[in-house]
Design a protein around this ligand. Structure first.
Ligand code: GDP
Length: 298
């Protein structure tokens, strides 16, 4: 809790500072409700959740004195209610290999997160194969290789610019032949060429399904918390094509924008697996709604 709270302290302090400034003992009239809504929406919480907080407060407290502590409690309750049903660690099924696809825009923390999770799996005694599906960036393969070494998992790559779907086909074959428990597939994320990227992802998915119609067993969208509202657009872009089944939000250690996870959850209802709170291998936590709600509401 301490580490996540520390990470989220920027979001918290911004939200609670603006609340403290306008709400230390104030009558909850229409103007106050409007001010509060503005603060909550500015924190990227989303309009729906922000209205939930204010309408809940107005039920008991309209035209009465209200303190910032009462507001924080209502805020934490609403956040927790929205996020608790979505709290869901990555669970592996019985089929081997379990195929896990990682998608997201470049820079979101996809490769780092895949590496952290690979290490968790191998520490747990699982045999893991990694496929470097971003075949356009040599640096992406090098970075993944470093994580592969840390996790003691081999990393497969194709030639620069080669077809990602071909690599994925080969990786599934190898995972079967060599009896791997898990195949983790990193993918490209150049959103500036969105159509090409989505076509490539769709092709990767077709290849996976041809080999195993129950796969991918997880399609995990990695989102960078620091992009704020852009996370909504990214989710919209990937959700369908990549058949996203769950989220991981990274960089919650350095941002004032953690609130966007609430807006996202309110809109897309996707399970939240983990949160990234730093660059090191241990900086990944299973998602806990109450912890997140407490940290975010201060
Ligand atoms: P990719 O392009 O999506 O594969 O992103 P990378 O995994 O290369 O990550 C981009 C940058 O973000 C790297 O410098 C990572 O070390 C950093 N990063 C990833 N996750 C986190 C996190 O949770 N917190 C912080 N502070 N940095 C992170």
């Amino acid at each position: 809790l301490a580490r996540i709270s520390k990470g989220l302290s920027k979001s918290t302090s911004r939200m609670s500072e603006s609340m403290a400034a306008s709400f230390t003992k104030r009558t909850l009239d229409d103007a106050a409700i409007e001010d509060l809504e503005d603060i909550l929406i500015a924190s990227d919480l989303g309009t729906g959740p922000a209205l939930k907080v204010t309408s809940r407060l107005a039920q008991d407290k309209f035209d009465k004195q209200i303190t910032d502590l009462e507001i924080k409690i209502a805020l934490a309750d609403v956040i927790s209610e929205i996020l608790t049903p979505l709290e869901k660690p990555i669970v592996l099924g019985a089929v081997k290999p379990q195929i896990l696809l990682f998608v997201g825009v470049n820079g979101s923390g996809k490769t780092t997160t895949l590496g952290k999770i690979a290490k968790r799996f191998t520490d747990d005694g699982k045999k893991v194969l990694i496929a470097a599906g971003d075949t356009f960036r040599a640096a992406a393969f090098e970075q993944l290789s470093v994580w592969g070494e840390r996790a003691n998992a081999p990393v497969m790559s194709g030639k620069i610019g080669a077809d990602a779907a071909g690599l994925v086909y080969d990786a599934i074959e190898r995972a079967r032949d060599e009896n791997f428990d898990i195949l983790m597939i990193d993918t490209a994320g150049r959103l500036q060429n969105r159509t090409e990227l989505m076509d490539e992802l769709a092709k990767v998915l077709r290849v996976i399904k041809k080999q195993d119609e129950t796969a991918p067993h997880h399609s995990i969208l990695v989102l960078d918390a620091t992009v704020g509202q852009n996370a909504l657009m990214q989710t919209e872009a990937f959700a369908k094509t990549a058949e996203v089944s769950g989220l991981i939000m990274t960089k919650l250690d350095g941002t004032a924008k953690g609130g966007v996870l609430v807006a996202l959850s309110d809109k897309y209802n996707l399970p939240i697996h983990c949160i990234g709170i730093g660059e090191q291998v241990e900086d990944l936590e299973n998602f806990s709604a109450p912890v997140f709600a407490a940290a975010l509401s201060g």
